[in-house]
Design a protein around this ligand. Structure first.
Ligand SMILES: Nc1nc2c(ncn2[C@@H]2O[C@H](COP(=O)(O)OP(=O)(O)O)[C@@H](O)[C@H]2O)c(=O)[nH]1
Ligand SMILES: [Mg+2]
Length: 303
């Protein structure tokens, strides 16, 4: 199956609900009235697109009706497609990784969102593009997390900087910074914990890791990549807001789009957070990560 087919199949549930309800909604409707707008609102909200996108879209529809540009309900589908493409295009900003000098990617995100797996996939992609890659096991909270990263490291042929379980993650990151200072000039991808004893602990730990990177290598601007699980819907939006406020986020990867009935949440994340969506994940395999493309995504979601 091609990547696009996987994405499309993965979004089957989202698309089915969205298009079926939309077709039902507009079918045979002649009057464009309040009842129709209420139904449209409910539909978009239940598809996880969020209040902002929903109200903007309804406003747009009303204005077009006012200008006589929209005369039947069928045309609402076109407006939806246009607005969706618009929003998603704005966040289609692929990560640009320089060649011949070091680049640091720090991944963050809640437990189970797919950080370690995504690091493996990303490392594989970058290696195939000719980058040197080094992985950093800064999720020291669980021994299994370090081993999981090592498995990916050996699969893709990337060295892993590690210490023993429960050691200070900032110390592991410091070791990796020393490797850069002593000549490593590839991509360094830092894995971090998604859960500690408390949320405050976790945020403090992540801030500390970021501080170490900035202090040791102030001339580099690291990519702070937030990994979000698309199957959790709205919750992904709240996670993104929290991490953005507390740590600062420079890019997003959405995972698990191969099994999500809540794919519409991408639209909400794009419209409310305006953070670049770098890649999307559609499976657990090495090749299941791709650069985010708004046109493909809209197609997979709507047709
Ligand atoms: N179906 C699917 N599963 C994924 C994807 N990305 C990660 N996973 C799975 O999600 C689970 C948690 O992933 P993991 O990388 O350990 O998450 P972490 O706790 O954030 O490091 C694992 O079983 C992964 O195989 C994806 O794009 N699609
Ligand atoms: Mg992990």
């Amino acid at each position: 199956m091609s990547f696009f087919e996987k994405l499309k199949t993965g979004l089957n549930k989202t698309r089915a609900v969205l298009t079926k309800n939309l077709d039902n909604l507009v079918f045979g409707k002649r009057v464009l009235d309040k009842e129709l707008f209420d139904e449209l609102e409910e539909l978009l909200i239940s598809a996880d697109m969020g209040p902002q996108f929903t109200y903007d879209l309804i406003d747009d529809v009303k204005q077009r009706i006012g200008r006589d540009e929209l005369r039947n309900a069928q045309e609402i589908k076109k407006v939806l497609q246009e607005r969706m493409t618009d929003i998603l295009q704005k966040v289609e900003k692929p990560l640009e990784i320089p060649r011949g000098k070091p680049f640091i990617i720090m991944t963050i995100g809640v437990n189970g969102s797919g950080k370690t797996t995504t690091i493996g996939k990303l490392a594989s992609m970058l290696k195939s593009e000719g980058y040197e890659v080094m992985l950093v096991a800064a999720d020291t909270f669980r021994a299994a997390a370090i081993e999981q990263l090592e498995v990916w490291g050996s699969r893709v042929g990337a060295p892993v900087v590690r210490q023993k379980a429960n050691s200070d993650p900032a110390a592991v990151v410091f070791d990796a910074m020393v490797k850069i200072k002593t000549g490593f000039s590839g991509v360094v991808i830092v894995d971090t914990a998604g859960r500690l004893h408390t949320r405050v602990n976790l945020m403090e730990e992540l801030k500390k890791i970021k501080r170490i990177i900035n202090k040791e290598l102030p001339e580099l601007s690291p990519e702070i990549l937030l990994i979000l699980d698309a199957t959790v819907g709205q919750n992904a939006v709240f996670q993104a807001k929290t991490f953005k406020e507390e740590i600062g986020v420079t890019g997003i990867i959405l995972t698990k789009l191969d099994g999500s009935s809540k794919g519409g949440v991408v639209v909400r994340i794009a419209s409310e957070l305006a953070l670049p969506v770098r890649y999307i994940g559609v499976g657990e395999g090495l090749d299941d990560l791709r650069v985010f493309e708004s046109v493909d995504f809209t197609r997979a979601l709507l047709n």
